[in-house]
Design a binder for this molecule. Sequence first.
Ligand code: ADP
Ligand code: MG
Length: 224
Amino acid sequence: MEKMQIKIRELENLSMLSRVLAHEIRNPLGSIKGFVQYLIKKISEPSLKHHLEIILKESLRLERLTNDLMHYGNPQSIKIERINLKELIYDIALPFIMEHEEISFDIDLDEIHIDTDKDKIAQILNNILDNAISAVSETEPKKIIIKAKRVNDKIKIEISDTGTGMDEETLKKAVEPFFTTKPKGTGLGLAIVTRLCEILKIDFEITSKKGQGTKVCLTMPKSL
Ligand code: ADP
Ligand code: MG
């Protein structure tokens, strides 16, 4: 564990600390998960199996947290490439659409090409959509609208949902690292979005009304 010897005070900020911690947790967690999966296959005694499945479920939760922490703490270098925004948005939305037949998706995308970091923009859209999905899971109607258009010399992406919405206090805290109202949330989704938007020079805005829904607007330059 030589990495753990790095002194805390030498870590410049929370992001570095997150990365080191996530890294240190991942390997032992990987073994725990692997051995538990192996034991679940080998053991037939039901109550024992049940307990092992709880260990597996909690390991998967920790794995999600470490993945989020890695992203939060890892600014990486920017890799700029030309991307077809319409294709990218469809690629990201498709698994959500297939998994949630109960949600109606309204997608209206202009033919847009931008020069930006594909992985980072994908992560941003993924985290926002993930929240929209959980927000509509508890409400009726279940609708998510995704739009992308040119506005003057900028590109604007809007993701709105008819979900639970947020009161003012929740909205203020929503982007804080580790703030979550979900039993299984990590509270890192929007903190990562905020960070990646800074890196990609994207203006990120959320408006929300409790009981009505939420709209996220991303306004970005055509090239970085
Ligand atoms: P997590 O999804 O793990 O809770 P996030 O950073 O993605 O973490 O979101 C933080 C909190 O902001 C959520 O727990 C939720 O309370 C609120 N939130 C974010 N997006 C939405 C949304 N579209 N509708 C309602 N609440 C939202
Ligand atoms: Mg989230």
